[in-house]
Design a protein around this ligand. Structure first.
Ligand SMILES: [Zn+2]
Length: 181
């Protein structure tokens, strides 16, 4: 095969990329099918099993001080510092506090902000409140199971949801679908 024909043949290979969801029906499908992103045989908690711990117990349970400050004290990690910004494998983003699955890899997008960002969530896993830390009101969201703070949701995300769930990477734990750490 000469070089030109080789390049043409390359062009004919379909690229293996996920179709971007275009309609709210596509979003519903993503939400309904989230369990297909779990590794085979994985068992995960549900939002209806609350996890309440003391300050000392959280300090022991959480992997590091940053996770403690974000989840339990609503701190914000420095932009661009989370390794999960670049995480692109298929899998589940779960709460680092309690293991509740929150997002699938298909719900993630590159927002350019330096924080892991998602245009929708696994249904029923967050509760929200308005906060005024920056004078203008923002919508804070936290894990329904353990109450851990995750981030803020804004309305400048991609269509069709127009949502940007701006999440601290330190509050998340990635579970790859293939089970490899
Ligand atoms: Zn949690």
């Amino acid at each position: 095969m000469d070089r030109r024909r080789f390049l043409l043949a390359l062009g004919a290979v379909p690229f293996c990329v996920h179709a971007q969801p275009k309609t709210m029906k596509d979003i519903q499908t993503l939400q309904t099918n989230w369990k297909s992103f779990l590794p085979a045989g994985a068992s995960v908690p549900s939002p209806t099993e609350p996890l309440k711990l003391s300050k000392e117990e959280w300090k022991k349970r959480l992997p590091n001080d940053l996770a403690y400050r974000v989840l339990r004290e609503e701190a914000t990690e420095r932009a661009g510092t989370s390794p999960l910004n670049d995480e692109k494998r298929p899998g589940i983003f779960a709460c680092a506090g309690c293991g509740l699955p929150l997002f699938t890899s298909e719900m993630k997008y590159e927002s350019g902000t330096g924080w892991p960002s998602f245009f929708t969530t696994i249904p029923g896993v967050f509760e929200t409140k308005k906060d005024y830390y920056l004078v203008f009101p923002r919508t804070e969201y936290h894990c329904k199971r353990c109450g851990g703070h995750h981030g803020h949701v804004f309305d400048d995300g991609p269509p069709p949801t127009n949502q940007r769930w701006c999440n601290n990477g330190a509050a998340l734990k990635f579970i790859p679908k293939d089970g490899k750490a």
